[in-house]
Design a protein around this ligand. Structure first.
Ligand SMILES: Cc1cc2nc3c(=O)[nH]c(=O)nc-3n(C[C@H](O)[C@H](O)[C@H](O)COP(=O)(O)OP(=O)(O)OC[C@H]3O[C@@H](n4cnc5c(N)ncnc54)[C@H](O)[C@@H]3O)c2cc1C
Length: 380
């Protein structure tokens, strides 16, 4: 689908990322996924493109400008490699970078952002707790003031990059019950009392790491509080918006991979004396997949345009997120059907996307939570 907002710079950027994914990522995805990790040099190679520095000042190693079209071009092209674990391993840091850049103490920003943005070090956002992830306002981790320090106690789980990151953004309860009692903290992995264990045997995202974090009397300087006391919930909610836009773009890339592989197979495979692509039932599946891709793509372009105008269309992006993951479930299922038995074997994009679509429907705000938020944004 043509993008009326696309400039030659957007096109060149997208082409660069696509070429990199095709030559330096796609051929190795299966091996990395089976090995359960990506080489750390890949973080630095991607960091060199500057893709984690949108909206961040150059003095911290950022790009000094922002453009939502470029952000989503990166997420979409990366997702076309068909291995969500690669994307998660690399981009897990993005959801913590924005709060660090906006809210952390100046000394922390100067010290850690260049390392994170260049890919030398990793960072993670730890919101979800063993007791739940959707109901952020009721999180249980606590922080109590002790002189010029805060002392944090609690646990976080499912944290992407949790085993490999050096830096963490951790919301904790500094006040009473509910959303106004939550503050954000910057926590370094080598702080005494911080420990972690890996979550293994996952349905997908094998080459990324997720961890349960334990904070046992973790003592951080008072200057590690990010933003004002009691404003952590709002900061987390604001941060979710760009995460969700990137997730929609990733889902779009996954849908396109399903369509591409379906078409390629249907043009090759013969049944009942003719190519699959000549059977009307298969043609209709392809038409339906393509139509749903168009719908997600058109909505995403409009969201990007609004973001670049300075708006954050929360209702639209909430609707787009659950619509996109449902559309991707459809595309993954139909692509699998078109590939037949071949699709069931490991080592192809469709098989992996079929397994990995669910994490997109659950993470970063589940389909149920997105529907709820959309209706609330409609004033109902
Ligand atoms: C691979 C992976 C990586 C992740 N990475 C991170 C990370 O880096 N950082 C992080 O903080 N978290 C991360 N998460 C956690 C993720 O954000 C949560 O799983 C998600 O927010 C849902 O929380 P939950 O799993 O605790 O489900 P719950 O909140 O317990 O909800 C369970 C189910 O009930 C539904 N539900 C909940 N409340 C309602 C309601 N009011 N009405 C209707 N339905 C409802 C939910 O939609 C969900 O389907 C990751 C998860 C996975 C699987």
């Amino acid at each position: 689908m043509k993008n009326p907002f696309e400039t030659s710079e957007h096109r060149a950027f997208r082409d660069t990322i696509r070429a990199f994914v095709e030559t330096e990522i796609q051929p190795y995805c299966d091996d990395w996924d089976e090995a359960g990790t990506v080489p750390w040099e890949l973080h630095q190679k991607i960091g060199a493109f500057g893709v984690w520095g949108f909206g961040i000042d150059e003095k911290y190693g950022g790009l000094g400008f922002d453009d939502c079209f470029l952000r989503v071009a990166y997420s979409e092209e990366m997702a076309r490699c068909g291995a969500g674990g690669v994307t998660a391993a690399l981009a897990g840091r993005t959801i913590s970078v924005e709060p660090i850049a906006r809210l952390a103490d100046e000394e922390i920003r100067q010290r850690v952002l260049p390392e994170i943005l260049s890919g030398r070090k990793g960072s993670s956002l730890g919101v979800t707790e063993p007791g739940g992830g959707s109901d952020v306002a009721n999180l249980k981790t606590t922080a109590r003031r002790d002189g010029n320090h805060w002392v944090i106690n609690g646990s976080k789980t499912f944290i992407t990059g949790g085993m490999t990151s050096d830096y963490f953004v951790i919301p904790a309860r500094t006040g009473g019950a509910g959303l106004e009692g939550i503050s954000l903290f910057f926590v370094e992995a080598d702080t005494p009392g911080f420990s972690r264990t890996a979550l293994t045997r996952k349905m997908g995202w094998w080459c990324s790491d997720q961890a349960t974090l334990f904070l046992d009397e973790v003592r951080v300087p008072a200057s590690n509080m990010m933003g004002e006391e009691g404003t952590g919930f709002l900061a987390i909610m604001n941060n979710f918006n760009m995460e969700r836009i990137n997730l929609i773009a990733g889902v779009l890339g996954m849908m396109k991979a399903c369509l591409e592989d379906s078409i390629a197979w249907a043009q090759e495979r013969e049944t009942f004396g003719k190519k699959l692509i000549r059977h009307q039932v298969i043609r209709h599946k392809i038409a339906e997949m393509s139509a749903r891709i168009d719908a997600v793509e058109a909505t995403l372009r409009m969201i990007c345009w609004q973001v670049n105008q300075g708006d954050m269309p929360v209702a639209e992006l909430s609707k787009a997120k659950f619509f996109a993951t449902k559309a991707c479930e459809y595309c993954a299922s139909e692509a699998m059907q078109i590939l037949g038995g071949a699709g069931y074997l490991r080592g192809n994009r469709v098989e992996r996307i079929y397994r990995e679509v669910k994490v997109m429907a659950i993470g970063g705000g589940s389909e149920e939570i997105m529907r709820d938020l959309a209706v609330r944004q409609m004033g109902l």
